[in-house]
Design a protein around this ligand. Structure first.
Ligand code: NAP
Length: 331
């Protein structure tokens, strides 16, 4: 298969608002050992891409400076030793950068077959949120069937995934979101309780809903004053996983609750983790979650699509916070 030497990607000269994102011409990347080259059909947009564009989340060492953490498309070349996917196979992939482009390389162990029945555009919205939720909610926090789970930002890409997976694996689910309409979406996705945090204090709502017991596992992307509130909302032996700080990383916290309730407050970032770590998550997802997607039990909640060249408009949409679910670039 003959491949072009150059491609269109999305880059930026200096950090700034959405408009700094412009089409640029770059060499088509060459797949290294164990890697595959994918001709993209679509790339997912994630909040970390917005933070990167604003200058607050630089790519890890060795990663492409082109934004974009998740891709879907067709395998067009294999690097040395790569053989998991045939040329022409449809795959999704988790990348540490380089997703906003016509071509991207991904290690074959960090790629997965497109779930049967899903088109490539929806598939592009899978990797970043599914890897993140699996790793943090099930591996780190150890959510078990019968436990109560709460996610903030219930209609975010992360939130829509977390609600569905927690529910599918037998948890009782509480979600918080910023409007009545967003709360309805959370309930439609399976949340047993959705709290409009602008109207109601989520700690009180969660305590009332659990008969005063509190929540076993909390996935938090908000931080700020939510940190102390999460400790208050947690049950004895509760686990709180921090994946972002939309309201800031600093807080005044009463640590008495941490001791008295024997809480575990942990956190992680996915992007800079090594390839084998992500490969292990990929294996768990393929075994346990792909069948749920293929059965229609768990779906990708799509907000909107934008052509690759209009990545700036996609970021502007994300920054309105009006979106529900995934924003995807079509290539
Ligand atoms: N640690 C990791 O490995 C990792 C990986 C992926 C993503 N993340 C993080 O996870 C978060 C979600 O990512 P995403 O791509 O799913 O984002 P997203 O779809 O853009 O959703 C973010 C949502 O957060 C809510 N929000 C924004 N500002 C808020 C505030 N000040 N207080 C409360 N809620 C606020 C908004 O919904 P409301 O209208 O309901 O407020 C918004 O829709 C991001 O912060 C991202 O950086 C972390």
């Amino acid at each position: 298969m003959s491949l072009p030497e150059t491609m269109t990607a999305i880059g930026y000269e200096a950090p700034g608002g959405p408009d700094v994102l412009v089409p640029v011409t770059r060499p088509v990347p060459a797949p290294g050992p164990g890697e595959i080259l994918v001709r993209l059909a679509a790339a997912g947009v994630n909040r970390p891409d917005v933070l990167q564009r604003q200058g607050g989340y630089p790519p890890p060492k060795g990663a492409s400076d082109i934004p974009g953490l998740e891709i879907a498309g067709t395998v067009v070349a294999q690097g040395p030793g790569a053989g998991r996917f045939a040329l022409g196979a449809s795959v999704v992939g988790l990348v540490a950068g380089g997703g906003y482009a016509e071509y991207a390389v991904v290690h074959e162990t960090n790629a997965l077959p497109v779930p049967r029945g899903l088109d490539l555009v929806a598939a592009a919205g899978i990797p970043e949120t599914f890897f993140t939720v699996w790793s943090n909610v099930f591996d780190r926090a150890g959510l078990k069937p019968g436990e109560t789970f709460m996610v903030h930002g219930g209609t975010s890409g992360i939130g829509t995934t977390a609600i569905q997976l927690a529910k599918a694996f037998g948890a009782t689910v509480i979600a918080t979101a910023g409007s009545a309409a967003k709360c309805q979406v959370c309930r439609d996705l399976g949340a047993d309780l959705a709290v409009d945090y602008r109207e109601q204090e989520f700690v009180t709502a969660a305590k009332d809903f659990t008969g005063g017991r509190g929540v076993d596992v909390i996935l938090d992307m908000v931080g700020g004053d939510y940190i102390d509130k999460n400790h208050e909302a947690a049950a004895v032996e509760g686990r709180i996983v921090q994946i972002a700080f939309l309201k800031g990383p600093k807080a005044t916290v009463n640590f008495t609750r941490l001791m008295l309730k024997r809480l575990v407050h942990t956190g992680s970032t996915l992007r800079a983790r090594e390839v084998p770590f992500k490969a292990a998550i990929a294996g768990a997802l393929e075994a346990k979650v792909w069948p749920l997607i293929e059965a229609g039990t768990v779906r990708v909640v799509m907000d909107s699509t934008f052509p690759l060249a209009e990545a700036a408009a996609a970021h502007a949409r994300m920054e309105t916070n009006a979106h529900i679910g995934k924003i995807v670039l079509t290539v």
